[in-house]
Design a protein around this ligand. Sequence first.
Ligand code: GLU
Ligand code: ZN
Length: 489
Amino acid sequence: MMQQVRTRYAPSPTGYPHVGNIRTALFAWLYARRNDGVFILRIEDTDAERSVEGSLENILESMRWLGLDWDEGPGAGGNYGPYVQSERLHLYQDAAHRLVESGHAYYCYCSAERLEKLREEQIKRKLPLGYDRCCRNLTAEQRKAKEADGIKPVVRFKSPTTGQTKFHDEIWGDVTFENSNVEDLVLLKSDGYPTYHLANVVDDHAMGISHVIRAEEYISSTPMHLMTYEALGYIPPKFAHVPMVLGNDRAKLSKRHGATSVLEFREQGYLSDALLNFLALVGWSLDDKTDIISREELIKNFSLERVGKTAAIFNHEKLKWMNGVYIRKLTDDDLAGRVFPFMENDLPSQIKRPLDIDYVREIVPLIRERIFTLKEAAPYADFFFLDELEYDSAMLIGKNMTAETVSGALKAAGEKLASLENFNKELLEDNLRQLAGELGMKAGQLFNPLRVATTARDAAPPLFETMEVLGKERCLKRIKAALAKLAGN
Ligand code: GLU
Ligand code: ZN
């Protein structure tokens, strides 16, 4: 029988989840979903000093927003809980003591000062850094003396000093490390809290994880983890270390490349489906050419074989483009509902709230092709809402036109529009084209100042559709305002 696939995302609540980190969670989630497996969320909160207030809630919200649902973990239950490491301390303590008893680990009494001095010395003499194994062979008496002094020891792993550790990584293939390079790392701290290394091994085993899918940076810790599995008598899971995420300039993705936390992208008006699609392609590909892939298709096609070994680039421009594609796929109702809160928040304060959702729904088809994020909707569409438009009257006067000719044209247009019973785009176009002819003008010579008068911009959504949505009253008022501007008041 095939082993059930069980993958996990194991964030530490030390900050808001970074898109690089969430991309790794996405791969673990996709792998579980692809293989009818189980996806587990485990909170690795054993480093109290580094924990950041609010980050757990942010992690959960980021996952929910992206639709990375977990089958076991906080709020979801499961048979292997608790899923928060600080609630499982006895398990790590038991394991550490078992390792000491079986001779795979030992107590170390070195003070922070001694370790610091050691480090300085190693730097000065250009020696390899790391613990010098000073406590590895303490006698029972020596230990008793330290205990009598009241020193609380840490537990360190006793790494073999010869031989090699080999393993097969699902992405990197066969990997070999020299054991002599593996330090005697701390497993359990003197306060009874485990380090990442111990807690990770104990939990991946206890939770029946079949595939550890995690960031590349942990590949060098894997030999030590494998030794720990063996020492504890556990069969290790499979490992897949996914490549790093870099910015456009090939430096590690960071703040200076733009937004990096998942919820920041939500605030900036990205759609979760677009971000999900985009992130899936940061280090994985379907076929080297397909960009737009639905969640269902991702699940159907995801494989670790197509995860690349080279660092993946996070290209903000591409994400923005992709978000535009997803925006264009939404129905009017859906898009209106999504831009509404952004407009409520971002439109100038003098515009009356709450906004009229029906009006927003009419605007949406006119802006859909021109925005790449939901947040761009408000600045793009503000002229639909403003009572008075601000622009320079010179904008009204096009090539080969004067203030007088433009005034004449706008006045005639105003009269024509006032006489219309129906204010729909077809009628508007017919009437205004005809009027341009009557005035002996080219269509553009009439339409351009009308566009500026009604929208305050020279490139805007299609004129007649826009005028229809604005409605007769607003259009007439705006034409009047434009005439006043031309008259110099
Ligand atoms: N807590 C670790 C982190 O946040 C998890 C690493 C792992 O997946 O093993 O990076
Ligand atoms: Zn020591």
